[in-house]
Design a protein around this ligand. Structure first.
Ligand SMILES: [Zn+2]
Length: 454
């Protein structure tokens, strides 16, 4: 508070009056959202009535129709769809896996990784080699890997305070593990789930095959399952692992980004995007990932409208399609913007969960960052202390090539990977006030971006 006062005294009288008017408006935005937001009920519908929304699925199409109608009901100036073709991968029957250690058979929870091929219909049973990274795998060489299942068991680093850093440090196993294993003749890949939690929930997520290597099936194993397998291997390196999955990739399907906007009163050609992704993995309900970001983005526009705030610039809520397994929506959105010569000055994405707000990561020039960081005194009273260079978001990423400044909403990250891509990413996991505080944080930032530009 002292710091804020000091800064306030250093400002010119005009700037001081402006800053005080802004702080009053931001207070009103928070009051409106914390008192009247329907966003939690929207999330309830999206997660419990519509449910999982993997690209190409019936759920994804229902979510497109529903969010379009929802935004139309809010009376936004324009609501429209942008067509994109999306990958259409289906999981098929529930996977099965066990460790066969002599006569002892131990079932373990697995989930096929998105994009993986199926096992033969009888499943695969083979000996296992456990590695922590690709270097270790290559050192083993084809001789020790051929005909086996490679078990990637490098945990997320628990000492990283930002769990997204820990995720980034481990996720190469999920993305490229199968191809690296296949290069050496492996018949399957089992990957430790991307989480610091110890439990029985396998975490799915996308993987890709390198060109020119045989496509081998890949699945995530729960962290408890990984520990069990690792321990059993130490006792008996000759044990076998069995798994069966029947997933497949169908032809690309037609889908949509859903866009709603409030037209700017002074500079309608300058656009500010606020968004999240509408698709979600099939195991849960896509509540934190990323139903939260979607309803928060719509709430930003609703709250501005409810308060009678007439933005100078055009504010757009964008529900991107296919973030999880292709990013076609994000890429398609930037293509549309380019083709139509649209000027996007800033884009804000919420795709890190509906948890207590901490700040925003910024991708832009040093000057642009400095301008946004100067708003810190207005946002810090609401717990938004971490405002500075960081990452934006996968869906808005392609807008960077058009010179758009990107903002990634940063909630507290400690519990996100308990839920991420699992069967427990459900409505009950999201807290109403935390969700609303996130929406209010985004609305406050959008208000400042609209008022002052970058
Ligand atoms: Zn996400």
């Amino acid at each position: 508070m002292k710091k804020l006062l000091l800064l306030f005294c250093l400002l010119s009288p005009v700037a001081r009056a402006q800053s005080s008017a802004d702080s009053v408006t931001i207070r009103k935005i928070y009051n409106e959202i914390l008192s009247n937001s329907p966003s939690y009920e929207w999330l309830r519908y999206l997660t419990q009535q519509i449910g999982p929304r993997l690209s190409g699925s019936e759920g994804a199409q229902k979510a497109v129709d529903w969010t379009k109608q929802l935004m139309e009901k809010q009376g936004f100036d324009r609501v429209f769809l942008q067509e994109v073709m999306v990958p259409h991968w289906v999981r098929g029957a529930k996977e099965m896996a066990y460790i066969q250690n002599g006569k002892q058979k131990t079932t373990v929870p697995i989930a096929a990784l998105g994009g993986s091929v199926a096992t033969p219909s009888k499943g695969i049973e083979a000996q296992v080699v456990e590695v922590k990274n690709f270097q270790e795998l290559r050192e083993l060489g084809a001789e020790k890997v051929k005909g086996k299942i490679v078990f990637f068991n490098r945990p997320m680093d628990p000492t990283k305070l930002n769990t997204f850093e820990a995720y980034a440090g481990a996720v190469d196993q999920r993305g490229n593990g199968a191809s690296e294993a296949s290069r050496l003749g492996a018949v399957g890949a089992i990957i430790r789930s991307m989480t610091t939690a110890m439990d029985d929930n396998p975490h799915t997520g996308s993987m890709r095959y390198a060109t020119g290597v045989p496509l081998i099936p890949a699945a995530a194993i729960s962290t408890n399952g990984a520990e069990r397998l690792s321990k059993a291997l130490k006792e008996n390196p000759n044990l076998t692992f069995y798994f069966k999955q029947s997933c497949e990739s169908l032809p690309d399907a037609k889908s949509y980004n859903v866009v709603g906007e409030i037209k700017g009163s002074e500079k309608p050609d300058e656009i500010i995007v606020v968004g999240g992704h509408l698709d979600s993995w099939d195991l849960g309900q896509g509540a934190h990932d990323d139903g939260a970001g979607c309803v928060q983005s719509i709430e930003v526009l609703r709250a501005l409208k409810a308060l009678g705030i007439k933005p100078k610039r055009t504010i757009r809520a964008v529900m991107f399609m296919n973030e999880e397994n292709g990013l076609r929506g994000g890429v398609g959105y930037a293509d549309y913007a380019k083709k139509n010569n649209e000027k996007h000055i800033a884009a804000v994405e919420s795709d890190n969960g509906g948890f207590t707000p901490r700040g925003f990561g910024i991708v832009g020039t040093a000057e642009q960052r400095a301008k946004a960081m100067a708003w810190k005194p207005l946002l810090a009273p609401y717990g938004l202390h971490e405002i500075g260079a960081g990452s934006g978001g996968a869906d808005i990423g392609p807008l960077a090539q058009l010179g758009t400044v990107l903002f990634g909403f940063k909630p507290d990250s400690q519990r996100y990977f308990d839920f991420h891509h699992t069967g427990i990413d459900r409505f009950e996991g999201v807290n109403k006030r935390e969700l609303e505080l996130g929406a209010a944080s985004m609305a406050a930032l959008v208000y400042l971006l609209d008022r002052y530009g970058l």
